[in-house]
Write a protein that binds this ligand. Structure first.
Ligand SMILES: NC(=O)c1ccc[n+]([C@@H]2O[C@H](COP(=O)([O-])OP(=O)(O)OC[C@H]3O[C@@H](n4cnc5c(N)ncnc54)[C@H](OP(=O)(O)O)[C@@H]3O)[C@@H](O)[C@H]2O)c1
Length: 366
């Protein structure tokens, strides 16, 4: 199972919005016969890859799989049928399938006389798939907030300069995060200030369908912005009823998708409505890359599940904006505490990762 979990993690860039799953097959003599993982959304499941790898050696053997084999026809045929056809004798499963649609695999296998064990490695499989599990359970994408900051937490100078706060290594790592998520979201002021590409460009994720999301209540995004000029079909702008007809026409003609959502109490796009819409568009993991005003809205609504902070070793000081604006908390007791998970070094810069602890999930722990 340890090996199967290691393999599952290789699907980090590609599996979403499916779970990361790994499988290992041991033959009737206890020798490694085959292995595989779910590499790309819509592609073969881990069990099928491992069975193909094992061939005839699977007969009478055991499969270790990090998620309960599916019992339904989704994008691919049911894995339980393939397991039965291969003549495996024992199935060891880490995590139970949480959706009723794909669940029931273990019961089906037991009913066919297969020995089934559930549970070993369940916690690690759950942690690996927490973004997916969150989306399945709450019908809302997992939100990772990413920012590059100075030592004093500023994202730009007082005159708005932010290119570049961190060095190339940290920026590459930031690009890697895009490969792990299904979409990126920014506020219109970041488009106006930086004119970013917001592309996935490391080639680590084989799945197409990357979305670039802009919160832009009144449709101020210029037609000559890079996100409009290049691959406009991958850009989705959320706006409110306040968006002028002329701008709706201008951006529609440029090929950008626009969706009108309700306004929040400040007259801006309601982010819960945006997350709800994104969840239905199969965005399981969302990367929020600023700026501070947008980060502030996510923080004020307690919608941040993970933070990836890249810290450069200098101080900006003065009136410069910090990474998270908004209303903020009044007392330390009400601040949502995250737990530090990782610290990495990229050249001169640090990467700090923190996640919402499971027990602090306002929607109930798993
Ligand atoms: N260092 C970094 O990692 C980093 C990353 C990104 C940006 N930046 C810097 O941050 C600065 C831009 O940040 P910013 O704080 O001024 O603006 P921002 O967060 O990029 O965009 C804010 C704008 O988005 C629109 N919006 C729509 N719905 C919203 C909602 N629910 N909540 C919040 N905003 C909503 C609002 O304009 P409407 O009311 O017109 O809709 C709002 O003024 C630039 O200097 C940029 O270089 C730095």
């Amino acid at each position: 199972m340890d090996r199967a979990l290691h393999l599952a993690a290789l699907g980090r860039c590609g599996a979403s919005p499916n779970p990361m799953v790994g499988a290992v097959i041991v033959d009737a003599h206890g020798q490694l016969a085959g292995e595989g993982y779910h590499a790309a959304y819509g592609g073969p499941h881990a069990e099928i890859v491992a069975l193909a790898d094992a061939g005839g050696r699977a007969r009478g053997g055991t499969i270790y799989v990090t998620l309960e084999p599916c019992a339904h026809h989704g994008k691919t045929p049911p894995c339980v049928n393939a397991i039965l056809a291969a003549g495996l004798q024992r199935v060891v499963v880490a995590l139970s399938e949480p959706t009723s649609q794909a669940g029931g695999g273990c019961d089906h296998l037991r009913a066919e006389g297969i020995e089934v064990h559930e549970g070993p490695g369940a916690e690690r499989s759950r942690t690996l798939n927490r973004r997916w599990l969150h989306w399945i359970r709450f019908h809302r994408p997992w939100v990772t907030l990413k920012a590059a900051v100075s030592l004093d937490g500023r994202v730009a100078t007082r005159e708005g300069h932010s290119k570049w706060i961190t060095g190339e290594g940290a920026r590459d790592r930031g690009l890697e995060l895009r490969e792990e998520h299904d979409a990126i979201l920014v506020g219109v002021e970041t488009i106006l200030a930086d004119d970013p590409r917001l592309t996935r460009r490391l080639g680590l994720n084989p799945v197409s369908g990357w979305r670039r999301i802009i919160l832009d209540s009144k449709l101020r995004t210029p037609t000559d912005a890079v996100v409009v000029q290049s691959q406009p079909e991958s850009t989705l702008i959320y706006h409110t009823v306040e968006a002028p007809v002329e701008d709706r026409r201008r951006l529609r003609e440029a090929g950008v998708e626009m969706v009108e959502l309700k306004a929040d109490c400040h007259g801006r796009v309601d982010i819960e409505a945006a997350l709800d819409h994104l969840a239905r568009r199969e965005v399981a993991a969302l990367l929020v890359e600023g700026g501070p005003t947008v980060h502030g809205s996510f923080n004020d609504a307690d919608l941040i599940d993970e933070v990836a902070l890249f810290i450069a070793p200098f101080i900006i000081g003065g009136e410069a904006p910090s990474a998270v604006a908004g209303r903020g908390v009044a007392t330390l007791e009400v601040a949502q505490r995250l737990v530090f998970e990782d610290i990495d070094r990229h050249g001169d810069d640090l990467e700090i990762r923190a996640v919402r602890p499971k027990e602090a999930d306002v929607h109930g722990a798993d």
